[in-house]
Design a protein around this ligand. Structure first.
Ligand code: SF4
Length: 334
């Protein structure tokens, strides 16, 4: 498998595991599942087992062979915190990340609960240390450097993110992410399937932390004034591929504006298959969609004023401009 990638917000992918199972609406048209299942049953093919979970220990050391620093998207073909991946194997993956501080790792999951539970546990980090020392450190100096990184703080070169496709998952996954020890926390709002109020999810986190305050009191106390309580980056994008659902422009705009207000870097990856008609597109099937995600094809006269016409023009033609600008902000890699 190639390690290069067309994903705009990273340099390389690293897949020490492949395969997964669908868990939420954002998975409906999972590109990795579609890709892997095409090869199911073909003897000798890397994806002979389709999208079944397969550990790939032969790929564990790959980042050690990359001498120049890279941003590495971990498990573009899986979800590292899937329940069928053993804790010890995840510890091996973290040991490799600790041993290669020159790289910046971007770890994205929809299994927020397991990520939080595992990375909050001291015994997990002991296992990381043990796996690293026994299996991967090439010399004592290597291990001493990695051991220093494991000194009770989150690994500085590992960014943790959760997928947020709509408000329901924002309210569930963002508090879990904020409760997970991490140097950098990010959201992947792709495919964006509905409006997302980040502040609402962050305030849920406030309740979880136990201050039990109402939203208005939280604001009055000023604790939400200086950002989004530990969200360091937001990526947004529409869906691509067969069956792709359109992203209402207002959803992307609202995320951008929340990030601008909070001083959080915002990256708009793509419109996906569908672009707003008012971007100058006069070809492609039309979907009339409102800000609640309801479609009104054939009932145009009944559509609310916020409904917009989206054209299915393909990912490339749709591009990634929002209100005439591209959004490429990201935290600094190490
Ligand atoms: S969690 Fe990710 S890799 Fe797994 S099925 Fe869903 S979209 Fe695909």
């Amino acid at each position: 498998m190639a390690d290069t990638t067309g994903i705009e917000w990273t340099d390389s992918t690293w897949n020490p595991v492949t395969g997964c199972t669908k868990i939420s609406d954002g998975c409906t048209h999972c590109y990795a599942a579609t890709f892997a299942e095409r090869w199911r049953g073909i003897p000798g093919h890397h994806f002979e087992a389709g999208f079944d979970i397969i550990l790939r220990p032969e790929r564990l050391r790959l980042p050690m062979t990359w001498t120049k620093p890279r941003r590495i998207f971990l498990d573009s073909m899986s979800d590292l915190f899937h329940q069928d991946i053993p804790d010890t194997y995840i510890a091996q993956v973290f040991a490799i990340m600790a041993l290669t501080p020159r790289h910046t790792y971007q770890v994205l999951t929809k299994r927020h609960a397991r990520m939080k539970a595992l990375l909050s546990r001291a015994t997990f980090w002991h296992d990381v240390a043990q796996q690293g020392r026994e299996h991967f450190a090439r010399c004592q100096e290597d291990w001493l450097a990695a051991g220093a990184m494991l000194g009770g703080k989150p690994l500085p070169n590992v960014w943790l993110g959760v997928s947020v496709e709509d408000q329901k998952w924002a309210d569930i996954r963002i508090p879990a992410l904020l409760g997970t020890p991490a140097a950098v926390r990010f959201l992947s709002c792709e495919p964006l399937l509905g409006p997302v109020n980040l502040k609402r999810a962050v305030i849920t986190m406030g309740s979880e932390r136990g201050h039990g305050l109402t939203a208005s009191y939280v604001h009055a106390a000023g604790c939400c004034e200086s950002g989004l309580h530990g969200i360091d980056w937001v990526i947004a994008g529409g869906e691509s591929g067969p069956g792709a659902r359109p992203m209402h422009p207002q959803w992307a705009r609202h995320l951008r504006d929340q990030c601008t207000w909070a001083g959080v870097p915002f990256f708009l990856k793509q419109w996906g298959e569908h672009a707003p008609e008012d971007h100058g597109h006069d070809r492609g099937a039309i979907t009339l969609i409102d800000t609640q995600g309801r479609t009104w094809n054939g009932r145009e006269a009944l559509a609310p004023p916020d409904a917009v016409r989206m054209r299915r023009v393909g990912k490339k033609a749709a591009g990634r401009l929002l209100d005439g600008a591209s959004y490429d902000a990201a935290p600094a890699a190490r």
